[in-house]
Design a protein around this ligand. Structure first.
Ligand SMILES: *[C@@H]1O[C@H](CO)[C@@H](O)[C@H](O)[C@H]1NC(C)=O
Ligand SMILES: *[C@@H]1O[C@H](CO)[C@@H](O)[C@H](O)[C@H]1NC(C)=O
Ligand SMILES: *[C@@H]1O[C@H](CO)[C@@H](O)[C@H](O)[C@H]1NC(C)=O
Ligand SMILES: *[C@@H]1O[C@H](CO)[C@@H](O)[C@H](O)[C@H]1NC(C)=O
Ligand SMILES: *[C@@H]1O[C@H](CO)[C@@H](O)[C@H](O)[C@H]1NC(C)=O
Ligand SMILES: *[C@@H]1O[C@H](CO)[C@@H](O)[C@H](O)[C@H]1NC(C)=O
Ligand SMILES: *[C@@H]1O[C@H](CO)[C@@H](O)[C@H](O)[C@H]1NC(C)=O
Ligand SMILES: CC(=O)N[C@H]1CO[C@H](CO)[C@@H](O)[C@@H]1O
Length: 502
């Protein structure tokens, strides 16, 4: 990537198609607030005749039927089994069959292998490990194997495009180096591992008949509490193998929605944290371009979060959940395994319960001055975790059967802008935008492309000229499948960039 502007002019010369104007138009019906001014709040701008406002995405009945299979009783049993290993500290015992992280991972491997059997071999279960050296300052008193237990489902149409679910199975106490004493880690984060097992169980017979279009990895990772070791190992392995990872859904602390003060609403809400530009592994000049053109809220991670919101909104009668998308990478001074994916340059979001209960996380189990501390199973609401699992399964299965997010979505900076010379064509001086994107290689799943934020079907062409000012609107592009499923959106930059998956 050289100079942005020179690159832009190179890019667009060959592609200029005058006055295409083939956009559809719908009735112009602005909404008006009580003060009589048009209601131009977020997402409703511009009040133009171009496109239709966003609506929830519908989900097919077969997928909805999968969601009702999330079983709170099985979730409870998984969490109880994990808690019974006493501690799952990353550097804890690996020789006992009943206690420590070695016993926990061996149980996970055999349980997941069993759950995957109905897939007829289409679920590849494995346990890759590496030796992590001691890091006493971050909770690794000794060197230890860090092992992920994972299931890979190969996509039938585009096996390179991959979506990864992660939940960590290690646990900790207040003293993160204590690899001996009990650390139940029920909510943190056995709850997320229980969802992983449920997804494997429910999807196994489904993929045997109908593998997803894109690949899925479901992983229980270790070493989260000491430095995101397991997820980093997974993300770096995928990066080194040039796998096209289009999203990480990381669940962590998804065990309860019953904390005051928003009870019972909290019981039906899951937070998603979606990072902004600060986590983009892009050349500084491209990040500057993103910020100066006002697209800092439209990173792939945010779009992934919006995707989950929109799909969940269309299936909320079945998930029984609301999705609260928070425009932050994570909670205050906290982190999680999605960061390993963000650092590898992949989009990633974190699912967490709506209000954490700090009495029952990381705490050494005890009663002190009449207060009960410890991440014990009593504080997990299995029904809540099952509802979170429905949102996960819905998003993961839908996105892996939708077409790929379009790439290289750009616009011509000289059209709809100040004149550059006496010979600038007059029609460039209107408040318009001309957009371009890649249509090659053709995605066999694709029905048509759709402009975002206002939905506009732009067919299968690779460019469109719209009577909307670049100043006021944010543009995105998504792919709509022949099965009706939509990809997350990608957004427009004046430059071509590897950011678009070139
Ligand atoms: C991106 O699109 C432009 C046209 O808009 C094209 O010239 C360029 O080759 C594309 N880049 C890639 C990597 O496909
Ligand atoms: C199963 O997954 C492991 C770990 O990624 C990989 O090494 C192995 O080649 C895979 N096996 C098959 C049959 O795909
Ligand atoms: C934390 O645990 C480690 C390992 O048991 C121990 O060596 C260390 O002294 C403990 N730290 C504190 C502050 O208790
Ligand atoms: C990825 O590749 C880098 C550079 O070759 C290497 O240092 C690192 O160990 C690899 N990581 C994994 C998990 O394979
Ligand atoms: C997978 O996609 C990435 C781009 O995201 C590309 O670099 C890589 O070559 C692709 N691998 C295969 C086997 O097509
Ligand atoms: C959800 O249920 C409500 C109330 O029964 C109903 O009005 C609505 O149409 C349903 N929505 C969907 C998407 O099925
Ligand atoms: C979970 O759901 C079951 C079945 O609907 C219900 O009987 C039970 O009371 C619920 N548990 C909690 C803690 O809400
Ligand atoms: C108790 C607790 O919160 N444990 C960890 C669960 O995972 C998240 C990050 O993914 C950590 O921030 C927590 O420390």
């Amino acid at each position: 990537m050289k100079s942005l502007r020179s690159c832009t002019s190179l890019v667009f010369t060959a592609f200029f198609i005058p006055r295409q104007g083939s956009y559809a138009s719908s009735d112009y019906s602005p909404t008006f607030g009580s003060n009589g001014f048009a209601n131009w709040g977020a997402g409703t701008w511009p009040p133009s005749s171009v496109g239709a406002p966003l609506v929830p995405q519908p989900t097919d009945p077969e997928t909805l039927a999968l969601l009702t299979q999330l079983d709170p009783v099985r979730i409870q049993s998984t969490i109880q089994t994990l808690v019974n290993f006493g501690t799952r500290h990353t550097a804890s015992d690996t020789t006992s069959r009943t206690r420590g992280i070695g016993a926990a991972r061996n149980w996970l491997l055999s349980e997941i292998t069993e759950l995957a059997k109905p897939s007829n071999g289409l679920m590849n279960v494995s346990m890759p490990c590496y030796l992590q050296e001691a890091q006493p300052s971050s909770g690794m008193p000794i060197a230890a194997d860090v092992c992920n237990v994972q299931v890979e489902i190969k996509g039938a149409v585009d096996s390179n495009r991959t979506y990864v679910y992660t939940g960590h199975y290690d646990s900790r106490r207040l003293n993160n180096s204590n690899n001996v004493d009990d650390a139940p880690g029920a909510d943190d984060n056995a709850s997320a591992v229980a969802i992983a097992l449920e997804m494997v169980r429910i999807l196994a017979p489904v993929v045997a008949k109908n593998p997803p279009a894109a690949s899925i990895i479901i992983a229980a990772v270790a070493g989260e509490e000491q430095g995101l070791y397991g997820s980093n190992f997974l993300a770096q392995t995928l990066k080194n193998a040039s796998v096209n990872v289009q999203g990480n859904f990381n669940d962590d602390i998804v065990g309860s929605g019953s904390n005051a003060p928003f009870d019972p609403q909290n019981q039906h809400t899951i937070r998603i944290f979606g990072a902004g530009t600060d986590y983009l592994t892009l050349p500084a000049e491209i990040i500057t371009e993103i910020i100066t053109t006002g697209y800092q809220d439209d990173t792939p991670s945010r779009h992934l979060g919006r995707y989950v919101q929109e799909v969940n909104a269309g299936a909320a009668n079945t998930t029984d959940m609301d999705v609260a998308l928070i425009y932050k990478p994570d909670r205050f001074h906290r982190g999680g395994d999605h960061e390993s994916f963000l650092k590898a340059g992949f989009p990633g979001i974190r699912f967490t319960e709506p209000q954490e209960d700090f009495y029952h996380q990381h705490q050494d189990p005890r009663t002190q001055d009449g207060v009960i501390y410890g991440d014990e199973i009593d504080y997990v609401d299995f029904n809540y975790t099952a509802r979170v699992g429905r949102v996960n399964l819905l998003s993961l299965w839908s996105i892996a059967n939708a077409p790929a997010t379009p790439s290289n979505f750009t616009y011509d900076v000289s059209i709809g802008f100040l004149a550059s010379s006496l010979t600038t064509p007059a029609d460039y001086l209107e408040n318009i935008i001309k957009l371009y994107w890649n249509t090659e290689p053709l995605d066999p799943l694709l029905d048509y492309y759709e402009i975002w934020t206002h939905m506009l079907n732009v067919g299968t062409q690779n460019t469109i000229r719209l009577p909307i000012s670049k100043d006021n609107a944010v543009f995105g592009l998504r792919a709509v499948g022949k099965n009706g499923k939509k990809s997350p959106a990608t957004y427009a930059l004046a430059v071509e960039s590897e950011y678009f998956g070139s």
